[in-house]
Design a protein. Structure first.
Length: 322
């Protein structure tokens, strides 16, 4: 989970008067100022107030997101002003995350339905799946037939995997029935119902065991709950509106990761890989699972918080941590 730092400012009880705001440019300047005054947390869909506010304004007006700069000088009708003010009240006063207001989030060029039942999609896997996984697999990934997304949430990463591995069957696992209802919407909208199968399960507990080597996974991928519980207790308001089940990784953040690695032994093909996004737990991962030969994939921002484990290390390890 990528997020901005916490801001301790207290949100205002109401919005200033907006009757003087005539154009989208006026509303954008007003929104940016309101964001700053309220100290809103960012990072769920955008990293700066300008981009998030413009996105929300355009979506509320039902104007194209790819509009050119001339749109800023368009006049705002009275009914539109009412809708914009109501939207900004939800974002600034009630601190509702932008994606929950619009009911959508984007990974790359793909749009996903989201609501309060799921974590808002944001993951380093967006850059890593197309750029760095194939070289770890036979035939440069072209032979991948079985892949799985554990803790799938909205189903976005399972869908990204299905797009990247067009010949693979994709399993998508989550403990939350609510999250799987959202994932079902996205799988259907991306027309992948025949290739992506959803399972309600605590990691692999309720997923049928492979009956033959051919049914084992080439890729086990997960962006699991990995925030230590104490961190979850102190998240900004916007992040606390996301499902805690999707964030809280237990006392040290490793609860789900331990279980995933232990169960992956019997599910992973001999040539397969396990890839896990772990946030700020790199040192903890090295301490607990260093014997697995963790390889840290490089990310554009230098956080390098996604680790890869090869089957040959996982299957022969006697690490007490798993």
């Amino acid at each position: 989970m990528k997020q901005s730092s916490r801001n301790a400012q207290t949100p205002p009880a109401s919005l200033p008067v907006t009757s003087q705001l005539a154009t989208l440019r006026d509303w954008l300047a007003f929104a940016e100022d309101a964001y700053a005054r309220a100290g809103l947390a960012l990072g769920q869909i955008a990293t700066n107030a300008h981009d998030e506010a413009l996105y929300l304004l355009l979506r509320t007006l039902d104007w194209p997101l790819d509009s050119d700069a001339s749109v800023l000088d368009k006049r705002i009708a009275p009914a539109q002003r009412t809708a914009l003010r109501a939207m900004l009240r939800r974002r600034v006063i009630e601190r509702v995350p932008a994606a929950y207001i619009t009911r959508e989030a984007f990974l790359g060029g793909n749009r996903y339905y989201v609501d309060e039942r799921v974590l808002i999609p944001r993951s380093y896997f967006l850059e890593l799946i197309p750029a760095q996984l194939d070289c770890w697999l036979p035939q440069n990934g072209k032979g991948a037939r079985r892949v799985v997304d554990v803790c799938t949430g909205s189903g976005c990463l399972a869908i990204e995997l299905a797009h990247h591995f067009p010949n693979a069957r994709v399993d998508a696992i989550d403990l939350s029935a609510d999250a799987l209802d959202v994932a079902k919407i996205n799988v259907r909208e991306h027309r992948l119902s025949r290739r992506v199968k959803l399972y309600r399960s605590d990691v692999f507990d309720a997923v049928p065991a492979p009956k033959s080597p051919a049914e084992k996974y080439d890729v086990i991928l997960s962006n699991p709950p990995y925030e230590p519980s104490r961190i979850c207790d102190d998240l900004p308001v916007e992040f606390q509106k996301e499902p805690r089940l999707a964030l809280d990784g237990g006392r040290d953040g490793l609860d789900i990761i331990r279980k995933l690695l232990a169960q992956a032994r019997d599910r992973l093909a001999p040539h397969g890989i396990v890839v896990i996004e772990v946030g700020g737990l790199r040192r903890a991962m090295e301490g607990a699972f260093g014997a697995l030969g963790l390889h840290w994939l490089h990310t554009e921002d230098g956080s390098d918080c996604v680790c890869l484990v090869q089957a040959k290390h996982l299957l022969t390890s006697k690490s007490p941590a798993i």
